[in-house]
Design a protein. Sequence first.
Length: 104
Amino acid sequence: MSMSRPGWIERLRTRWKLKSAGQVVVVLIVFACTGFTVVYLKGPVLRVLAGEPPFSATATIVYYALILPIYNIILLAYGFLFGQFRFFWEFEKRFVKRLISIFK
């Protein structure tokens, strides 16, 4: 008798301590929406920082420095809209702890 390995959704459900495969799908949708939103905002944010393209290396570096907190706020907002705020709040707290430990 062979033991089959759990599927990737089941592994994510276990790793993230979620209640169902459906909740995993919702969490993945939140990550996708957040990513699309950040990509959508890149052009307008860079235009505000540096005017019209081509964008300078400095403007791009500033954009990446600004996008980290913006991404986290957008992630929490989508998490709230999709009913997963608690999961993403805990996710953000773990992320911030890891980030702080890097700079200690």
